[in-house]
Write a protein that binds this ligand. Structure first.
Ligand code: UD1
Length: 312
C-alpha cells in the first residue's frame, strides 16, 4: 500500500484515478478546490475508509507544503490545473499561476518533504504543437502552439530540476493524448470531441464535424489513463522521465462516427461545420516508452469504450 496525494481529485481524470487507487488498496488523500472539479465525480470514493478529501486551493502558497508535511504522502499525482486550451489563451496570467507556478510550489515542497519519493505530473500532447514527425516521440522537439502547451512543457522542466535537487525523488511527466470517457464535462464547446458527439447523440442532435472529418487523433480511454497513473505512481524507477500516454492508433472523425454508429446499432448522420482555425490535422503518439518503462499498454478498444460511454 502506498500513501498517495492526488491534486485535482474531483476532476475527470482525477476521480477515475482515485477510484482505481482505492480499488488497488492504496491510501488516498484527494485535494480539490472545486473550481472545475465536481463532487459527484467522487461519489464512489466518499465514505471509503482509505479516502480523505481536503478542500483547498493548491495554488495558494503554503498549502501544498503544509499538506506534504502533515499528511506525509509517499507519492503525489498532480492533476490540478487550468485544463482548457482556449482559457489559457484568454487568461494567460491564470494559466501561468495554475500550470507553471503551482508545479513550482509542489516541486519546492516535495524537495524539502523527506517522505515524498515520487511525483507524477499531468502533461499533455499539446507540448508537441503541430510537430509534423508522426508518431510523436517524447524526444521530438516541443513546439507548443498555446500558452497551455508551453506551460506544461515548463512544468516538465520544473520536475526534472526537482529530481536533480533531491536524488531521493523520482518523477514522471505523462503526456496524455485525447482522453475520453464518462465524467468528461460536455458543457464547454471545447470539450473533447467524443463527449460532445456523445452528448449530441443523447439529445437527438446531429454531431457537428468541423472540416472534412479526415483529421485523426489518438483517443485514449480514461480507464487506461487511470491505469497509467497508477503504474507511474507505484513502479520502482529512479530519475526523471517523460512519457506519452496514448494508444499508438490514429482514428479519423469519420471512423469515430462510424464506431459510434456501430455502438448504437444505427448509422450516425453528422452535421457539417467549418474547420476550426488552427486545427491540427493529425496527432498520433508513439507508446513504446511507457510500455518499456511502466509496462503500460492501452487496453480498451474504441468501439467498446464508446458503447460504454453511450450507455451511461
Ligand atoms: C485539443 C484541445 C484543444 C487544443 C488542441 C491543441 C481538448 C478537448 N481540446 O484539441 O483545446 O487547442 O488540443 O493542443 O483538450 N471537432 C469536431 N466537432 C466537435 C468538436 C471537435 O469536428 O464538436 C474536431 C476538432 O476540430 C478536431 C477534433 O475534432 O479536429 C478533435 O477535437 P478536440 O477533441 O477538441 O481535440 P484536439 O483538436 O486534439
Amino acid at each position: 500500500m502506498t500513501k498517495i496525494l492526488v491534486t485535482g481529485a474531483a476532476g475527470f481524470i482525477g476521480s477515475h484515478t482515485v477510484d482505481l487507487l482505492l480499488a488497488e488498496g492504496h491510501e488516498v488523500t484527494g485535494l480539490d478546490n472545486f473550481r472545475t472539479g465536481r463532487e459527484e465525480n467522487l461519489a464512489a470514493a466518499f465514505g471509503h475508509p482509505r479516502f480523505k478529501l481536503i478542500r483547498a486551493d493548491a495554488a495558494e502558497p503554503g498549502v501544498l507544503a503544509h499538506i506534504l508535511a502533515e499528511d506525509k504522502p509517499e507519492a503525489v499525482l498532480h492533476l490540478a490545473a487550468l485544463v482548457s486550451v482556449p482559457e489559457s489563451i484568454a487568461q494567460p496570467g491564470l494559466n501561468r499561476r495554475l500550470n507553471i507556478e503551482m508545479t513550482g510550489l509542489l516541486a519546492q515542497a516535495a524537495v524539502t518533504a523527506p517522505g515524498v519519493r515520487r511525483l507524477v505530473l499531468a502533461s499533455s500532447a499539446a507540448v508537441y504543437g503541430a510537430c509534423p514527425d508522426l508518431p510523436l516521440r517524447e524526444e521530438s522537439a516541443g513546439r507548443p502552439l498555446s500558452p497551455y502547451g508551453a506551460a506544461k512543457l515548463a512544468s516538465e522542466h520544473i520536475l526534472g530540476r526537482a529530481v536533480l535537487a533531491q536524488p531521493g525523488l523520482s518523477a514522471l511527466a505523462l503526456r496524455y493524448f485525447n482522453v475520453y470517457g464518462p465524467r468528461q464535462d460536455p458543457r464547454s464547446p471545447y470539450s473533447g470531441v467524443i463527449s460532445l458527439f456523445a452528448a449530441a447523440l443523447r439529445e437527438g442532435r446531429a454531431p457537428a464535424i468541423h472540416g472534412d472529418g479526415g483529421q485523426t487523433r489518438d483517443f485514449i480511454a480514461v480507464a487506461d489513463v487511470a491505469r497509467a497513473n497508477l503504474l507511474a505512481l507505484t513502479r520502482p524507477l529512479s530519475g526523471f522521465h517523460v512519457l506519452n500516454v496514448c494508444t499508438g492508433r490514429a482514428v479519423s472523425l469519420q471512423e469515430l462516427l462510424a464506431a459510434m454508429g456501430q455502438a448504437l446499432g444505427a448509422a450516425v448522420q453528422p452535421a457539417r461545420a467549418p474547420a476550426r482555425v488552427g486545427d491540427i490535422r493529425h496527432s498520433l503518439g508513439f507508446p513504446g516508452r511507457a510500455e518499456s518503462l511502466l509496462g503500460f499498454r492501452a487496453g480498451g478498444d474504441l468501439t467498446s469504450g464508446l458503447a460504454r460511454l453511450l450507455r451511461d
